[in-house]
Design a protein around this ligand. Structure first.
Ligand code: TRP
Length: 338
């Protein structure tokens, strides 16, 4: 995207517009993406087509698709330096998705753990899209000749399958797709639930989950109620094994203030959790305040957001179109004369 002689490596990730962003998404992922355009050509899209594999309320889906875009921008993804768009606006995704379905095996799709999990959770709606989801995801990635795909642990299997599909296609038709690699960032905090520090922060556990759009009073309450540990020393010390609750709060505090664990231990020396927990809450509130306010401002400014995703889709289409044309030609479809 930036006008440079050397082609930057391409970074691409999709995010399902299925809920508001939380502190784990922010500190563990998005915050670190903000600096990537220095080094990479970055594409991020709202995977609205993927979201349809689970039944959605149409009004809510529409609202969240742009609200989430606003939250990403507020977290530091600059739309002039990243290509930000909605998946459904670039029709090549659905088109290549279909083609790649024909190069993805029933057995491979059957082995996907996300399919098994989601089928168990949505037993009344095990639809074809849920099953072929990874072929569409492969299309998302391969259309842009992505070098790297920043994803969490849960998406690694889909990335592996994308590589297998790319290699299979390249072997049949000659070099067509870049074979992408998952990108596991060097930095990035793993944030656990406030109510259950044994599991990752997740929107399915709202009490333990800090949403970026939460009001300050809700944040204060969540931190006050955060689970600490039942050890007897009752002091602020980093020990994830024996003090997972306190260590998670220290991790959060460190991420939002930049202080290291030794400094934090010193700061709260001789003080109990009753002082520590509200202090972490306060630091988080102040860190999130400008993010929430900026996101709210953009959500109210529909024309601005529309400008961002229009521009993003146009830039994305230009790249996607080239790849799709190449694929159509290689597999024997007649070139469209108009
Ligand atoms: N499957 C991803 C998730 O649920 C979202 C996604 C869709 C994605 N297409 C993608 C991620 C392409 C990375 C690249 O989180």
């Amino acid at each position: 995207m930036d006008n440079e002689n050397v082609r930057k490596k391409v970074m691409l990730s999709g995010i399902q517009p299925s809920g508001d962003l939380h502190l784990g998404n922010y500190l563990g992922a998005v915050k670190n993406w903000a600096a990537l355009p220095d080094e990479f050509d970055c594409y991020y899209f709202m995977a609205d087509l993927h979201t349809l594999t689970v039944r959605q309320d149409p009004k809510e889906l529409r609202r969240r698709s742009t609200a989430q875009l606003a939250q990403y921008i507020a977290c530091g993804l600059d739309p002039t330096r990243n290509t930000l768009f909605l998946q459904s606006h670039v029709h090549e995704h659905a088109e290549l998705g279909w083609i790649l379905n024909c190069y993805t095996m029933f057995g491979e799709l059957s082995r996907m753990t996300q399919f098994k999990d989601k089928s168990a959770k949505n037993a009344d709606n095990i639809n074809g899209g849920l099953f072929t989801y990874p072929a569409l995801m492969a299309a998302d990635i391969l259309l842009y000749q992505a070098d790297f795909v920043p994803v969490g642990e849960d998406q690694k299997q889909h990335c592996e399958l994308t590589r297998d599909i790319a290699v299979r296609f390249n072997n049949l038709y000659g070099e067509t797709f870049k074979v992408p690699e998952p990108y596991i960032p060097k930095v990035g905090a793993r944030i656990m639930s406030l109510s259950n520090p044994g599991s990752k922060m997740s929107k399915s556990d709202p009490q333990g989950c800090v949403f970026l759009m939460d009001k300050p009073e809700d944040l204060a309450r969540k931190f006050k109620r955060a689970v600490t540990d039942s050890d007897t020393e009752r002091c602020v010390r980093f020990d994830p094994e024996n003090k997972p609750g306190v260590s998670n709060l220290m991790n959060i505090y460190s991420s939002v203030t930049g202080k290291d664990f030794a400094e934090i231990e010193k700061e709260f020396e001789g003080q109990g959790y009753g002082v520590f927990k509200p202090a972490v809450g306060e630091a988080v509130i102040e860190k999130l305040r400008p993010i929430r306010e900026e996101a709210e401002r953009m959500i109210a400014d529909k024309a601005y957001l529309q400008g961002v995703y229009t521009d993003g889709a146009q830039r994305a289409s230009a790249v996607a179109r080239r790849t799709l044309r190449k694929v159509y030609k290689k597999i024997g479809l007649v070139e469209k004369p108009f």
